[in-house]
Design a protein around this ligand. Structure first.
Ligand SMILES: Nc1nc2c(ncn2[C@@H]2O[C@H](COP(=O)(O)OP(=O)(O)OP(=O)(O)O)[C@@H](O)[C@H]2O)c(=O)[nH]1
Length: 210
């Protein structure tokens, strides 16, 4: 006798990182298996269903750079996005130390925002991208691993340019953590959930422009 099919899991994922570290490359590689080289600078949200260990997962992936200017408005918007997310992929480039140095602060920020949820383990994955550019490396694998360990996060080093498998591990690893933190999604499902979340994020902007 077979039991009921497991519930579909909805995972809102925020991909964050400094400029040009490969956030779009990583996201597009996961969603399409392809590396297309140039991605423009559009902030984007993608929805895509994937089967992970026999369970259907609807990923809503939001790829956006850290706010350049720390205005009150940009801070509020960033916090709303963090609230929307069930899990985080924090990307740095192994060739860009400044992008690595920002990670610790971002993890602390996310933890502060999510603290009220009382989750034991926040689903956060730290990713060192551009592993293929080893001749230009300025952050060692060890440093990345130690940072992740000290912040209680998962860690992967990948090359979005060279391989699909690494990005697959990143997103599947994150889903495992999200599953642990919420067995059943209590949020709105499908496009309604996204529209609700997007409306929340942009409500302030609309109000301000009236
Ligand atoms: N060699 C190499 N180049 C990469 C890799 N991932 C991304 N790139 C390149 O790095 C550049 C930036 O990639 P994006 O994916 O646009 O980076 P992003 O973080 O989304 O950039 P912003 O939208 O500006 O914040 C592009 O020229 C990519 O082709 C990688 O793994 N290896």
């Amino acid at each position: 006798m077979t039991g009921p099919a497991p519930l579909k899991l909805e995972a809102n994922v925020l991909v964050m990182g400094a400029d040009s570290v490969g956030k779009s490359a990583l996201t597009v590689r996961f969603l399409t298996r392809r590396f297309i080289g140039e991605y423009g600078d559009l902030e984007s949200i993608y929805s895509h269903s994937v089967t992970v260990e026999g369970r259907e997962v609807l990923f809503n992936i939001w790829d956006f750079p850290y706010s350049q200017e720390q205005t009150d408005e940009s801070c509020v918007e960033e916090e709303k996005r963090m609230q929307w997310a069930d899990g985080f992929v924090l990307v740095y480039s192994i060739c860009d130390r400044a992008s690595f140095n920002m990670i610790r602060h971002k993890v602390q920020h996310i933890k502060a925002i999510k603290e009220y949820l009382g989750l034991e383990k926040l689903p956060i994955v730290i990713v060192g991208n551009k592993r293929d550019l080893h001749h230009r490396r300025s952050v060692s694998s060890e440093e990345g691993r130690l940072l992740a360990l000290s912040m209680d996060c998962e860690f992967y080093e990948v090359s979005a340019a060279e391989a699909y498998h690494g990005t697959l591990l990143v997103f599947h690893g994150l889903v495992d953590k999200i599953k642990e933190s919420k067995m059943v999604s209590k949020k709105g499902t499908g496009i309604r959930g996204i529209v609700k979340s997007m409306s929340a994020v942009f409500a302030r902007r609309r109000t301000d422009s009236l």
